[in-house]
Design a protein around this ligand. Structure first.
Ligand code: AMP
Ligand code: MN
Ligand code: MN
Ligand code: MN
Length: 287
């Protein structure tokens, strides 16, 4: 495996804009040989992705990106090489999905007070039957012309202190790691540079994460600069964590980088994909 695998992507099962099939086709055309589908709080896209991957001759790692509240802040934990049929995991994810439905109603109520009616129906339409994320509200607000792009909408409407913000209560860190562990997966802290944590806080997060059984840190991310990659490569080494890489691709129109463009890990990193048994969906994966 010379090419850096892409171990963090989204489909319409959560807030990506491509179906699992179209996502795999695009990745394969871009030369990706191994990738993980890691939708937010759901594995609903994995079966379709597995079928598409088989057809494309690409190795699919079953994954999920679990929303966690740690120290009052949202942190994302990617579970890699999970069993998508694990009852324990599915039950945990269902709790998060139910919470998302409630939160979406709250977001819509707040947006209505700010003068934007119909947000819930519009966000649901954008979600196309997948689970509902703030991204779907952001797409609705872009259509309403409140900001030029999704990033602008987040900044002015959907984050702390803004009209559509709802304080979130996701899974506890230990809880999320239990679900991933139960499903036989490896847990990775997603896009660590995005949290804006101090060096000390990152060290504390890594320590607690490792004590709960976490294995990896996303050193290379579509949303990381090259400097970020070197910074988090150092953290990974110091904290005895393996290194992961992922684009966090959400679709051609709204992504950090295109599929197949991930740089290599910094030299001193230990790639999580070299763990024994890290080999993707078995041939008898759910069809
Ligand atoms: P949620 O999990 O529903 O709170 O939504 C989080 C998702 O919103 C992330 O996974 C991103 O896809 C998207 N997102 C969060 N912050 C931003 C931002 N500043 N700009 C663009 N997208 C964002
Ligand atoms: Mn997202
Ligand atoms: Mn994330
Ligand atoms: Mn993501």
């Amino acid at each position: 495996m010379d090419k850096t695998p892409d171990l963090h992507t989204h489909s319409t099962a959560s807030d990506g804009t491509l179906s699992p099939t179209d996502l795999i086709k695009r990745a394969s055309a871009a030369g990706v040989e191994m990738m993980a589908l890691t939708d937010h709080d759901t594995v609903a896209g994995i079966a379709e992705a597995a079928r598409a991957a088989k057809a494309a001759g690409l190795t699919l790692i079953a994954g999920v990106e679990v929303s966690v509240t740690w120290n009052g802040r949202t942190v994302h934990v990617v579970g890699l090489d999970i069993d998508p049929n694990c009852a324990n995991l599915l039950q945990g994810l269902q709790e998060l999905q139910m919470y998302r439905v409630w939160r979406a109603e709250q977001i819509a109520r707040r947006l209505a007070k700010a003068g934007f009616d119909g947000a819930l129906d519009a966000a649901r339409a954008h979600a196309k039957g997948g689970l509902i994320a703030r991204t779907h509200f952001a797409r609705f607000l872009v259509e309403r012309g409140v900001a030029a792009d999704i990033r602008g909408v987040f900044k002015h409407f959907l984050v702390h202190g803004k009209p559509g913000h709802v304080p979130s209560e996701w899974a506890a860190l230990a809880q999320a790691l239990e679900w991933i562990e139960a499903a036989g997966g490896h847990a990775v802290i997603a896009h660590p540079a995005r949290y804006g944590f101090s060096r000390g806080k990152i060290q504390r997060l890594c320590r607690e994460f490792r004590e709960c059984g976490g294995r990896g840190l996303e050193v290379v991310s579509g949303s990381h600069s090259r400097d970020d990659a070197f910074t988090f490569a150092r953290h990974a080494t110091e904290q005895h964590l393996l290194a992961s890489a992922g684009s966090d691709f959400h679709g051609p129109e709204s992504s950090w980088i295109e599929l197949g463009q991930l740089p290599a890990l910094p030299d001193n990193c230990k790639p999580i994909w070299l763990l024994p048994g890290f080999s993707g969906m078995p041939a008898n994966a759910p069809a």
